[in-house]
Design a protein around this ligand. Structure first.
Ligand SMILES: [Fe+2]
Length: 246
C-alpha cells in the first residue's frame, strides 16, 4: 500500500476502485513518513504526532493530516495561516472553482509555508535586510514544503500551491520563475491571499497596513506580481472595495 502512495504521490484523493480503508491506511503511513522527515529537520510534533490516529475515511484522514501539519507550522503564531486559508477559499469561490478545487486551495493555503520549518528561526525573525545567502536559504521554503508533503496523496493542485506560492505573474518569482498561466491556479490564488495578509499584519520589519492601502498594493501588482483577473476579483469581491483605484 505504501508503494502506491509513493508511486503516485500527487494523485487525486480517491484512487478509483481501491478499497477506501486501504487508502486511509496509505495516508496514515504517508503521514508517518512526513512526521519522520519533520523529525530529521529537528521539528518535534510531540504528543500530536505520537498519538496520531487518522480517521478511516480517506478525505477525513487527509483533512486531519493537513490540520496537524498546519498546527505544527503555525507553532502558536498569530493566525496568518488561518487568515490566508479564509481569504484563499473566498477568492477560489469568487473565481468559480469547483468544490474539489476549492478543497485543494484550502489545503495548499493551510500548508503554504510548511517548508519554513526547515529555515532557522533567527532568519525568519530577522528585522534587518537579508544577505544574498540568507535570502537564497529562505527562498528554498516552497520547494522544501512541497517535498515534505510528497508521501501524502494530496491533490496535485494543493502541493503546487505550496511549491509555487512565491511565483510572480511576470516570471520574476521563485522557485521556478514560472510566468502567467503557467503558474498553477491554486498557487496564484494563495499568492494574492498570502501577500494581502502579510501587508495587514505587523512583522518585525514593518507595521500593519490598513486594509484599503493593502488592497491598493494588490491592485498595483495586477499584471506584474499577481494574476490581474484574480487581483481585481480579490479586491472587489472578497474585500468589497468595488471602486478602489490603485
Ligand atoms: Fe511563503
Amino acid at each position: 500500500m505504501f508503494m502506491l502512495a509513493r508511486r503516485w504521490p500527487l494523485s487525486p484523493v480517491v484512487w478509483p476502485g481501491y478499497p477506501r480503508k486501504n487508502q486511509a491506511r496509505a495516508i496514515q503511513r504517508g503521514m508517518g513518513e512526513v512526521l519522520l522527515r519533520l523529525a530529521e529537520w529537528g521539528v518535534g510534533t510531540g504528543q500530536r504526532g505520537a498519538m496520531l490516529r487518522l480517521p478511516d475515511e480517506p478525505d477525513l484522514a487527509l483533512d486531519a493530516a493537513v490540520s496537524l501539519l498546519a498546527s505544527v507550522q503555525a507553532g502558536g503564531g498569530q493566525g496568518h495561516e488561518e487568515r490566508v486559508v479564509t481569504l484563499a477559499i473566498a477568492l477560489a469561490q469568487a473565481a468559480g472553482l469547483s468544490a474539489p478545487q476549492v478543497r485543494a486551495v484550502r489545503w495548499g493555503a493551510a500548508l503554504h509555508d510548511l517548508g519554513k520549518l526547515r529555515v532557522p528561526g533567527e532568519l525568519l525573525e530577522k528585522a534587518g535586510p537579508l544577505s544574498a545567502g540568507e535570502r537564497a536559504l529562505l527562498q528554498q521554503h516552497p520547494a522544501w514544503g512541497a517535498e515534505l508533503l510528497s508521501p501524502l496523496p494530496l491533490p496535485a493542485a494543493a502541493v503546487a500551491a505550496v511549491r509555487h506560492h512565491h511565483e510572480r505573474w511576470d516570471g520574476g518569482g521563485y522557485p521556478a520563475g514560472l510566468r502567467r498561466g503557467r503558474i498553477p491556479l491554486a498557487a496564484r490564488i494563495v499568492a494574492v491571499a498570502d501577500v494581502f495578509d502579510a501587508l495587514v499584519s505587523s512583522r518585525p520589519y514593518k507595521p500593519a497596513w490598513c486594509e484599503r492601502e493593502a488592497a491598493r498594493v494588490i491592485l498595483r501588482g495586477a499584471g506584474s506580481q499577481f494574476d490581474p483577473h484574480l487581483a481585481r476579483l480579490f479586491v472587489s469581491e472578497v474585500l468589497g472595495f468595488r471602486d478602489l483605484q490603485p
